[in-house]
Design a protein around this ligand. Sequence first.
Ligand SMILES: Cc1ncc(COP(=O)(O)O)c(C=O)c1O
Length: 377
Amino acid sequence: MLYLDTAATAPVRREALEAAWPYLTGTFGNPSSHHLVGEAAAAGLEDARARAAAVLGARRSDIVFTAGGTEAANLAIKGLALGAPRGRHLVTAATEHEAVLQSIDFLRRVHGFEVAFVQVAADGSVSPEALRAVLREDTTLVSLALAGNEIGTIHDIRAIAEIAHASGALLHTDAVQAAGQVDLQGLGADALTLSGHKLGAPKGSGLAMIRGRHPLEPLVHGGGQENGRRSGTENVAFAVALAVALELAESERLETAARLGPLRDRLVRRVLAARSGVLLTGPGIDHPDARLPGHASFCMPGRSGESIVLDLAERGVIASSGSACAAGSDEPSHVLTALGIPDEVAQTAVRLTLGRGTTAAEIEQAATVIEEVLAQG
Ligand SMILES: Cc1ncc(COP(=O)(O)O)c(C=O)c1O
């Protein structure tokens, strides 16, 4: 099997599992318990927090462990918007992940916030001018991903954070896809959210880095764990696994990016040459640095993306159609339609995402299979 769907999820890394194991067995205590067993678990949790904070250039107290990237985005967006709203105006892009879009829509529906969608260029990028055009005096929060999950466009979050701050707004960035491929330090974000399962930690692990100086309204109320920011007995094992996976991903980041970028470019060239009419979505082939190194996404007019993905799977190549993240939906991807791609073309989307284990031989093999499938019509 050739697995080219790392943007959907990645296998758990042995190092993460081994680091987590003691907290599921011998050191199983409740970190809030004031005895030896609880204190040992609390020490593991705090060590994980310190390690994750170090990777992000944050303080330990800025880290809130969550049950995944979706919860983390919900906490950052709703928590900051409701914590101390400067005004009732929010800014995001129509190309964001549903975790971001639905959190913002909740604030609109239930709390009366107004929402502005920044203009996104055809390659998925957001220009400084486009952002300035939608910011208002009462904008409380801007939420823009560090990199998109469907088309892999990397946003210049440093510049975006500066512009948001100059107008007095906070900035949240969804770094779920970018982690391990893009530098997470020095972005200037007030909040950054991550998911463990894209990095080699289990599904259901995640974190929100929310700078402690910003008031945060918690979403989950109860015993006041995580410094009152997220109640519920902490999942120590998953926090430890996430911290280990994140550290490893960061330490391997430059090497991974340097290796995957050329493999991706090779794949893109072969797929584009496989049949006329195939188009690369997101940044063009002449702008490889604007796209995640392990990310390639296409529209392949003539057949639905779903049916191409099924044919590829039959031949052992695991890919996803553009709408994979909205599980079970056969609607055209909201990301592609937001870029101005017509519905019937968006429905032909196929995404191929490489992981740390992907080899050059696998890419050649996958490209040959794609050529065969496309040659069938
Ligand atoms: C960009 C982005 N944000 C958020 C999420 C949600 O993360 P999780 O699956 O951990 O809830 C995903 C997962 O697909 C994603 O790709």
